[in-house]
Write a protein that binds this ligand. Sequence first.
Ligand code: ATP
Length: 233
Amino acid sequence: MLEVSGLTSRYGRIEVLHGIDLAVRSGEIVTVVGANGAGKTTLLRCISGTQPVAGGEIRFRGDDITALPAYRRIGRGITQSPEGRQIFTNLSVEENLRLGAFVHGDARVDRDLEDAFQMFPILREKRNLNAGGLSGGQQQMLAIARALMGRPSCLLLDEPSMGLAPILVQQIFDVISTLKSRDVTVLLIEQNAFGALKIADRGYVMETGRITMDGAADELIADPRIREAYLGI
Ligand code: ATP
């Protein structure tokens, strides 16, 4: 579904991605794990079209989308839920969700809203409250639900577990693992390597702008190098 090859990107004159090769097949959950500053967010932004690509190619469903503007990538089914949630804290939960649906017509929005509330019952309870009053975990659920309102076929998630208490982290990973049954393909960027690999089919390890390992998620979890460097085992 998504194929990245030889991707490079830079901030000013400093190259931070040095030739990334990565593929995500339809229906998979694929994770990219790595330390702070490895370049994970930059990679995700290149895929969503919010960060310029210096070289290489991004293909989606066989089409070269490397030069396609971000809003047209959304139209093709790629949606990014950004790091730090970035919900509209002065709008209600429901208003935030409706904003996520602006890419398609009104007819489906009420049905999608109902779907979102079924998936996240807490959001139904709080639908009329300001989103700023939600807890961190609830805001993350809202960010994911809002991204799903655009009916993406490929969802890019940037550090959804960041800053959450352990019990909420598990809830968020549980929710992400259910997206498979909704035909959403997921590319998940995470510093929480263990949590991400546990729900992923495959994983990539990123270090200072390069992919250094990749494989089936269960093989990566079992790999002594990963266990030592990322899982603290
Ligand atoms: P984090 O988990 O902290 O977001 P990351 O793996 O997602 O880390 P990136 O945010 O992609 O990494 O950063 C990769 C490199 O690019 C880092 O060295 C970072 O300092 C640098 N960088 C990121 N954003 C910018 C920017 N706007 N301008 C200049 N350099 C940047």
